[in-house]
Design a protein around this ligand. Sequence first.
Ligand code: SF4
Length: 453
Amino acid sequence: MKCGNEILPERIESIRYSQCSGDGSGIKCESESVSGAVSQRACVYCGARVVLNPITDAFHIVHGPIGCASYTWDIRGSLSSGDEGYRNSYSTDLRETDVIFGGEKKLTAAIDEVMARHSPRVIFIYATCIVGVIGDDIDAICRNAEEKYQIRVIPVKSPGFSGTKKTGYKMACNAIMNLITPSILPEKTADVNILGDFNLAGEMWIIKNYLRKIGISVAANITGDARVDDLKNAPAAKLNLVQCAGSMTYLAKQMEETFAIPFIKISFFGVTDTSDSLLRIAYATGDKNVIERAKAFIEEEKNRVIPLLDKYRKNLVGKKAAIYVGGGFKAISLIRQFNEFGMKTVMVGTQTGSKEDYELIQHLVDEDAVILDDANPAELEAFMTEMGADILVGGVKERPLAYKLGIAFCDHNHERKHPLSGYEGTLNFASEINLSMNSPVWEIISQGGMKYV
Ligand code: SF4
């Protein structure tokens, strides 16, 4: 592929590719998408929604046109151990006349209707693009509703045009702080909060189970399988564990400043990261018993899982992987997992990675690997083809790109049904990669399709 052909000139600095950006130092990232590049990245509102939606007993009213409300549980699914109300979504369905005369009355009516039909304790009100343009005073409406109904009604100002998906994460974190900040700080009665796991397929339950086994108590899950009461308990934790650093580092810093809770970054993807994270958490408690239990548990799990992984390894070794995911932390964990399997990562990109993420990624991959920030479908397709990727790991928007090219695909996002965290998750991942990549269908396709006789 030649630079300036498939790649827009404005995109060159966001891609490390030997023919474009030389040594690749200082990849351009954390900036707004290039107009007309048709980025894979979701908007500010989507960033906010993806963080807040897993709170199972919260209500979500999307103040905007009906199209914005399509971004809901059905495409950003997560699992609940109790309430199912969060699977519903509510919209004010703004039309042309509302744009001219204002949508405030509609929003007030929507809150009244939700209150009349349900008994919410918290409602999040998302202001999307058109509300950012017409300037409805959603702060005043939320204040009035809180006074009228004596519940929390929290504005999330997230017009899609007001920044990047990461701006949406920040808006969601501000909303969480708004919800959980107590008037008086509680005593520290729990060991940790878990930040940045969204329990897409039960991962939060795996992590909590590990922590329970080694003797660590959890105050709040933020936000996978979260409940409002548990979230309000978060200030009582001694330490924050940050898994999805892209979305949750901002909240962790806020909580450190306001509640004096320090944080560490952890990852439960892959045997190495899971083991390292458990040990670091155990050491952070300073409790000898917890450290001993963690060591024993890690040893036991490694002995169980590594021989099973070795069986897959022989089918995976030497294969080439492409990665395009939301945040840097997941990309880094995936590269490490592929290294453990004996695979080579030939292309890796993220929607919201930071400079530090990309520096670490550069250290983990070979010199000739393509690294790209905020990519578009044309770039992903061109580089996957050029680099000869055997499998793409991504989310719902990347799946068709891989299948169109006749390349295997693994969903590492909301559409998956099997958890990919922890030791059992690593086994699920290896099994899925093996099944998908080594399916006979790719050979049949490459030979021109199935012959019918
Ligand atoms: S907030 Fe704006 S960019 Fe996002 S879905 Fe709604 S209209 Fe589209």
